[in-house]
Design a protein around this ligand. Structure first.
Ligand code: PEP
Ligand code: MN
Length: 336
């Protein structure tokens, strides 16, 4: 449920309402708008008797939030959440580009790629140090050494670092080096991991599971938000369908659906959602046209030699072209 305060209500009335809500066992979350303040009331699944709050001083009305996700829902938080990234606000007018290799493969590789993607207009650098690979015999990532190279690349280019944590135990280490902690598709419903990143003071990029619904994605975002971390971006990265020509099927619908359902920034990953570099730019353009706040794209200097996901990696020149085409689309839509 949400409690909407009257525009003329006082700070004292607000604290009295919050105290009353908490005294009957619910948690509150305040959303201050330009004219009114909204109190989000979060409890368990039992129905709340709303009338008990409607007569309190300063309260304009109460409204139920019927969706299973509450803190992630636009009903509770109508304004867009803006997540800071490299001097930009993800979710505001300017679209952002997170780019870099699937995996950090070595110091020179990540430094060169970081400079190349920065030159091409990237907002942040991506690169996995801990890799969730389908086969235990595939390259598993450089671990902490990879995180150190990422930090060095940030130092050299000023690009913030987006990198994955795969287990709750890894979160403190990854948080030491990363600016944004990625939760991968395979871990979208790893609730202990979601709880762990809910407690750190780092932005979370939460990717949709390849077999998860949009509602399940938002329920996972809810775990992070409920832990107290409000800096969450959700990411569509393609889902499994019967189609075989592409690695996954980009659920482009998810972009406007998510923008409607949640106030969190929405990112599209055209790399994992297609699996083939030839289609990445087209789907990237579609993502921006559909209203995504940004893209996360795999870029490799020499894709044929990449230790993971080479087939879907763009060379830096192709990435630069993609950025310029996406910016034109953003401009046509009144964004930048
Ligand atoms: C990745 O970003 O390299 C990755 C493994 O993504 P996903 O979790 O979406 O498969
Ligand atoms: Mn990858």
């Amino acid at each position: 449920m949400i409690i909407v305060m009257k525009p003329a209500s006082t700070a004292k009335q607000l604290s009295a309402v919050v105290a009353r809500v908490e005294s009957v066992g619910y948690r509150t979350s305040l959303i201050k708008g330009e004219e009114t303040t909204i109190i989000g009331v979060i409890g368990d699944d039992r129905p709340i008797d709303r009338t008990q709050f409607e007569t309190l001083d300063g309260v304009e009305k109460t409204l139920p939030v019927l969706k299973p996700f509450k803190l992630a829902s636009r009903d509770m938080h109508p304004m867009d959440t803006l997540v800071p990234l490299n001097g930009h606000k993800v979710g505001a007018s300017k679209v952002v580009f997170i780019a870099g290799p699937c995996s950090v493969e070595g110091r020179t590789q990540i430094l060169e790629t970081a400079h190349a993607v920065k030159e091409a207009g990237a907002t942040a650098l991506r690169g996995g140090a801990f890799k969730p690979r389908t086969s235990p015999y595939s390259f598993q990532g450089l671990g902490e050494e990879g995180l150190q190279y990422l930090a060095e690349a940030r130092e050299a280019t000023g690009l913030p670092v987006v990198t994955e944590a795969m287990s709750p135990e890894q979160v403190p280490l990854v948080a030491k080096y990363a600016d944004v902690i990625q939760i991968g598709a395979r871990n979208m419903q790893n609730y202990d991991l979601l709880r762990a990143v809910g407690k750190v003071n780092k932005t979370v990029l939460l990717k949709r599971g390849m077999m998860s619904t949009i509602e399940e994605l938002l329920m996972s975002a809810e775990y992070v938000l409920a832990g107290g971390n409000t800096q969450v971006m959700v990411c569509e990265r393609g889902i499994r369908t019967f189609e075989k020509y592409t690695r996954n099927t980009t659920d482009i619908n998810a972009v406007p659906v998510l923008k409607q359902l949640t106030h969190l920034p929405v990112i599209l990953d055209p790399s994992h959602s297609t699996g083939k570099w030839e289609y990445v730019t087209a789907v990237a353009r579609a993502g921006i046209a559909a209203g995504a706040d940004g893209l996360i794209v795999e870029v490799h200097q020499n894709p044929s030699e990449a230790l993971s996901d080479g087939a879907q990696s763009l060379k830096p020149e192709k990435f630069a072209q993609m950025v310029s085409e996406c910016r034109s689309i953003a401009l046509a839509m009144g964004r930048s």
